[in-house]
Structure formats: structure tokens, C-alpha cells
Ligand binder design. Structure first.
Ligand code: NAD
Length: 291
């Protein structure tokens, strides 16, 4: 089955496995609690959940009791299969977040299959290889990056908020980045600007819908060696250039980011809205790092 944004279809676990986090650097985070049903009874839609942080999030949310809609422009069946194999509930939906009809169909699928929608985890995002500094980044790179990272999140909120209202409230998690909070001299100017837009959009959504029991928060991961970032780490110098800026002296693990998403999705964060949750190994707290 190939993705067709005009005709989004659900998939089960029998299709071709999609990609997943494969980088050898990614190991289970230390000290993870066993699943405790923190999302029991909730329905979550996670975009970009075929691979990377979204996939780890989908599996973790399902392990914590959520029914999960795995939405991605790539094949979601491998994530769905992993969730089902672990005894969880999930469906896969082909969905390009820049396509309003496809996003609406993904939201509809949540309500049709699981009866409601409680959590919109807007995780899908791109970082383009030729996204560079302020003087040499093309209009095409700017447009595509803003289309996916900003308008894609906006489309998901636009389609998701009415469903959250029908459910009596819910939680929106918009994935931004630590680069929304500081400048990088290894620039990706369009990506950085797009993540800043996610932060400000999230604040406004939070305030507009605060009296409807709908919360909206931005999740700001530090660097994690998913495929999105690993492509910049081909040589050791590039890796060290970034590692030296991290007070904890290592990259993050997907589980460590997803733990923040789990908190934002659960009722544990019930008085938290309009915020930016940074999980970055101390990067944004640092002037200099330890020797
Ligand atoms: P990834 O590239 O590993 O996975 C991104 C997923 O999004 C893929 O499955 C991809 O198919 C999907 N996707 C891309 N465009 C899409 C579209 N138009 N519609 C639907 N799905 C689409 O990336 P990741 O590292 O897992 O990143 C997830 C999120 O976290 C992104 O928003 C990214 O910007 C953010 N983030 C990542 C890091 C990091 O270091 N990895 C740091 C900060 C923020």
C-alpha cells in the first residue's frame, strides 16, 4: 500500500514494515518505570509515528493504556504491528499533515474506531539537508519547512480541536525543539524559525481554548539521534561539535523525550497549558559546559 494523501486509508499490521529508529546509539533510557496505565481510557492521535520519536511515543502511549492512531506519510503498519504484538490498541492512517483533508480523515478515524479523541500529539516534522544559514537558504527550503512544521501543526490543531471539544476536553502536544529557545552556529534557519512558530502558536491555542478543558503545550526535545538528526552526524567532528554543548555530555534517548509527552498527555499535567517543556540535557541552561 502506498501513501495517498488524497485518499487516506487505514492499515492493519499485515503490511510491509515501515522504518523505525535504527541508530545503534539509541538504547533504552535508564530507569524507565514499568507501564502504569497513565493513559488508560484515552485515545491519542500521533503524527509522524511511523519512525523516530513518534514511533517510540506511540508504543509508549499504547503501553500506558491509550488507543493510538498512528498517522504518517510513511507506512504506519510496522508501528501498529509492534503495538498489537505488545497487547495494545492501534490503527494506522496514511496522512500528510500538510493536507487538510487527510488530517481530517485521521481525526475521523480516531472517532470512528475508538469513539473519541483525547490527545493530539503533533510530532511530524522535517529538517531539510540544504537548510542552512540566513544568506544561503533557498525559498524552496523555507516554504517546504514551514509547510510541514508550521502549517502541518496548524492543520492538526484545526481538525483536532473540534474532536477534543466533542470529547469534553483534551491535550494538544505540539513538538517544537530546543532550537526554538537559542541560536545555533550550525544553522538550520528555516527549521529554527518553524519551531519558534510552533511555540507561539501553541501559546495562543492554549489561551483561546483554556476554558474548554483543552490544554496545549509545546514539547522541546534536545538532540536525539533519530534519522532526522543522525544524518548530520556522519563524521566524528560534527558529532563532537554538538556534544560539547550538552552539559550532560550525551545525546538524549527517545524514551526520555517521550516521557515528557506522556506527562503532557496524562491528567498529571492538568494545570499546565501554554508552556514549553524542554528536555535537553541542560543545553538551554548552559553558558559553559563541564570540562
Ligand atoms: P524522524 O525524521 O525520525 O521522524 C519524523 C516522522 O515524521 C517520519 O516518520 C516521517 O515520515 C514523518 N513525516 C514527515 N513529514 C510528514 C508529513 N508531511 N506528514 C506526516 N508525517 C510526516 O524525526 P524525529 O527525530 O523523530 O522528530 C520528530 C519530531 O521531533 C519532529 O517534529 C522534530 O522536528 C522534533 N525534534 C527532533 C529532535 C531530534 O534530535 N531528533 C530534536 C528536536 C525536535
Amino acid at each position: 500500500m502506498s501513501p495517498d494523501p488524497e485518499n487516506p486509508t487505514t492499515s492493519d499490521s499485515t503490511g510491509t514494515p515501515g522504518g523505525h529508529v535504527a541508530d545503534a546509539d539509541i538504547q533504552p533510557a535508564p530507569g524507565r518505570d514499568r507501564a502504569a496505565g497513565r493513559l488508560d481510557g484515552k485515545v491519542a492521535l500521533i503524527t509522524g509515528a511511523a519512525t523516530g520519536l513518534g514511533r517510540v511515543g506511540a508504543e509508549r502511549f499504547a503501553a500506558e493504556g491509550a488507543a493510538v492512531v498512528v498517522a504518517d506519510v510513511a507506512d504506519p503498519t510496522s508501528t501498529v504491528a509492534a503495538i498489537e504484538a505488545a497487547g495494545g490498541k492501534a490503527i494506522g492512517v496514511f496522512c500528510d499533515v500538510t493536507d487538510a483533508k487527510a488530517v481530517q480523515a485521521a481525526v475521523d478515524a480516531a472517532e470512528e474506531h475508538f469513539g473519541k479523541l483525547d490527545v493530539m500529539y503533533n510530532n511530524a516534522g522535517i529538517s531539510m539537508a540544504d537548510d542552512d544559514g540566513p544568506t544561503n537558504t533557498s525559498r524552496e527550503v523555507w516554504q517546504r519547512t514551514l509547510e510541514v512544521n508550521v502549517i502541518g501543526v496548524a492543520e492538526c490543531c484545526s481538525a483536532g480541536i473540534p474532536a477534543l471539544q466533542r470529547a469534553g476536553g483534551g491535550s494538544i502536544i505540539n513538538v517544537a525543539s530546543f532550537v526554538a529557545h537559542l541560536g545555533a552556529a550550525t544553522p538550520q534557519i528555516a527549521y529554527t524559525a518553524s519551531k519558534g512558530a510552533v511555540l507561539s502558536m501553541t501559546r495562543e491555542i492554549a489561551v483561546v481554548h483554556a476554558r474548554e478543558n483543552i490544554r496545549a503545550n509545546a514539547l522541546c526535545p534536545g538532540p536525539v539521534l533519530t534519522p532526522l538528526l543522525a544524518k548530520y552526524m556522519a563524521d566524528e567532528a560534527a558529532r563532537q561539535r554538538r556534544l560539547v554543548q550538552i552539559p550532560m555530555g550525551r545525546f538524549g534517548q527517545p524514551e526520555e523525550i517521550v516521557s515528557g509527552a506522556l506527562f503532557l498527555a496524562s491528567d498529571e499535567s492538568s494545570f499546565m497549558t501554554g508552556q514549553s517543556l524542554l528536555i535537553d540535557g541542560g543545553i538551554t541552561a548552559a553558558y559553559t559546559t563541564p570540562e
